[in-house]
Design a protein around this ligand. Structure first.
Ligand code: ATP
Ligand code: MG
Length: 561
């Protein structure tokens, strides 16, 4: 078994699910309320899908609910475009938040009140140190921090300054509000973390109402508490923030006591899953946009033709643990193939056409042959495929001087054209440059449907299309965006990118039924892989993306390397 098979065979663990089940059984929580909390500063990627499937999956399994809450606390980087795209992507993945769409910005007034509450309790203060000085005073992992000279301001002075911060009296960076916890704490997050900073920025939802914004730490747990979240699930990098999360929940008059649990984030081989790097790919023009089919974004995967159900299956198979690891792209491919093998209709398409003329077939004549739409699914029925004197076959399927193991078409050899006839190659026609431009063949009319009445066998069955009936197309073949399984992008993206991640086949020929292919409905091109119509298609030229090849050629290539 290869790596993918091993992963596919073992039952996925999900420790968060176990915790939720135990909490319900022990009566520690009455109903399960989770949330997915994206920051609208980019498009969602497949790492987010892991979190979405976990949070919405828990709600589904335990008859609870999952809120969609935008963590919109940094107007400098957040945009309405991202808010809209994120909602579209979560819905497309198959999840529904019902009426429970929330924004951290909905709670700005409440959060502000709670900040004043901390000030009145002597647990927060306005600090005049600059960001750099704060970093300097904070100490290191081995040295305690030092208290700010402004740490012991009176409640009155703090309230007055904080209100002035809100009313716009200060410039960005001039003052912050900090929690007053413990500058000697072994956990740096507890060394008087910043709760509010000044940002003279317009916010996509609150406009110019605010010029101070809560930090992630001050907004997140309190938003969870307001929404009565029972299990606040996030990725491991927030584990060190949990003591602060708990401190704020304990020290504020919040309406519920949520608990945070952390799991390891998804890392996927041969790509990057950090929004910063994805933004860079888009902005530096390495890809065509967020929905480039090579991108690991949900919109890219969708455009490529990867079904939402395959992403959900992938997320279920990888499980939920605290171990850090890198998942092979091959596992996603495996899920896609498994699903599409059962569901996708089969069609014939020739990516690199070579003309084949059947000399004993009457000119101007054609006939229709019956082809099975999906051998895995009888209910998918059959369709008619036109056959005529001039056909195209795949250039790769012919060799003039074949080596021993090549069983497809060659001079003097007979092969089967799928669903059609046996044909024999009699002559090879070349251009002045010596390139093969046409094959002259004869067919055996007795073999209609693909079998010889005399029982003779052929060693190959090939796909083909009728030249005059064919639909012209461009087909885009994709390989991983990055050469290495764990790309090193510290010195920029360019050097790490796979120069062959996109190959455009611009002269393809499709059987006529593919002229009616629909966006978002992948089909199998027989012998080639799964393909899906791209929105770049026009009536003159269809454009198809290869979703995934039939077999894992990438793994084989690398094994050779
Ligand atoms: P990035 O680090 O790429 O900027 P982020 O974590 O800041 O992403 P958010 O919008 O804050 O992005 O993420 C929303 C939720 O998705 C968070 O709960 C986060 O933990 C989770 N998440 C983000 N990336 C991954 C990942 N690779 N695997 C699993 N969950 C993830
Ligand atoms: Mg984040």
């Amino acid at each position: 078994m290869n790596q993918t098979d091993v992963e596919a065979a073992s039952a996925p663990s999900n420790f968060v699910r176990d915790i939720v089940a135990e909490d319900l059984a022990a009566g520690r929580v009455k109903s399960v309320i989770t949330r997915f909390p994206p920051e609208p500063n980019g498009y969602l990627h497949i790492g987010h899908a892991k979190s979405i499937c976990l949070n919405f999956g828990l709600a589904e399994e335990f008859a609870g609910r999952c809120n969609l809450r935008f963590d919109d606390t940094n107007p400098a980087k957040e945009e309405q475009e991202y808010i809209d795209a994120i909602q579209q992507d979560v819905r497309w993945l198959g999840y529904d938040w019902g009426d429970h769409l929330y924004f951290a910005s909905d709670y700005f007034e409440q959060l502000y009140d709670w900040a004043e509450h901390l000030i009145r309790e002597g647990k927060a203060y306005v600090d005049d140190l600059s960001a750099e000085e704060i970093r300097d005073y904070r100490g290191t992992l081995t040295e305690p921090g030092r208290g700010s000279p402004f740490r012991d301001r009176t409640v009155e002075e703090n309230l007055d300054l904080f209100r002035k911060m809100r009313s716009g009296a200060f410039k960005e960076g001039e003052r912050v509000l900090r929690a007053r916890i413990d500058m000697a704490s072994g956990n740096i997050n507890l060394r008087d973390p910043v709760l509010y900073r000044i940002l003279h920025q317009s916010h996509p939802r609150t406009g110019s109402t605010w010029c101070i914004y809560p930090t992630y730490d001050f907004a997140h747990g309190q938003s969870d508490a307001i929404e009565h979240i029972s299990h606040s699930v996030c990725t491991l990098e927030f584990a060190d923030h949990r003591p602060l999360y708990d401190w704020l929940i304990e020290n504020l008059p919040v309406p519920s006591q949520p608990k945070q649990y952390e799991f390891s984030r998804l890392n996927l081989g041969h790509t990057v899953l950090s929004k910063r790097a994805l933004i860079q790919l888009v902005e530096e023009g390495h890809v065509r946009g967020w929905d480039d089919p090579r991108m690991p974004t949900i919109s890219g995967l969708r455009r490529r033709g990867i079904p939402a159900a395959a992403i959900r299956e992938f997320c279920s198979r990888i499980g939920v643990t605290k171990q850090d690891n890198v998942i092979e792209m091959a596992l996603l491919d495996f899920c896609v193939r498994e699903l599409l093998n059962a569901k996708a209709e089969r069609r014939m398409a020739v990516l690199d056409p070579l003309k084949l003329v059947i000399e004993n077939y009457p000119e101007g004549q054609s006939e229709e042959l019956e082809a099975v739409n999906n051998p895995e699914d009888e209910t998918a029925g059959t369709r008619k495929v036109p056959f005529s004197r001039e056909l195209y076959i795949e250039r790769d399927d012919f060799m003039e001087d074949p080596p021993k193991k090549f069983f497809r078409l060659a001079p003097g050899r007979e092969v089967r054209l799928r669903y059609a006839f046996f044909v024999t190659c009699n002559e090879v026609i070349k251009n002045d440059a010596g390139e093969i431009v046409e094959l002259r063949c004869t067919y055996d009319p007795e073999t209609r449907g693909g079998n010889a009445p005399d029982g003779r066998k052929v060693k190959a069955t090939m796909h083909w299309v009728s030249a005059e009936h064919a639909v012209p197309a461009e087909v885009r073949l994709y390989e991983p965006l990055f050469t290495d399984e764990e790309p090193n992008i510290r010195d920029g993206l360019a050097a790490a990118l796979n120069p062959d991640s996109l190959k455009r086949m611009t002269n393809c020929r499709l059987e006529p039924a593919l002229g009616d292919a629909a966006l978002g409905v992948p089909v199998q091109f027989e012998r080639l892989g799964y393909f899906c119509l791209d929105p770049d298609s026009t009536n003159e030229k269809r454009v198809f993306n290869r979703v995934v090849a039939l077999r894992d050629t990438w793994a084989k290539l690398r094994a050779k390397a």
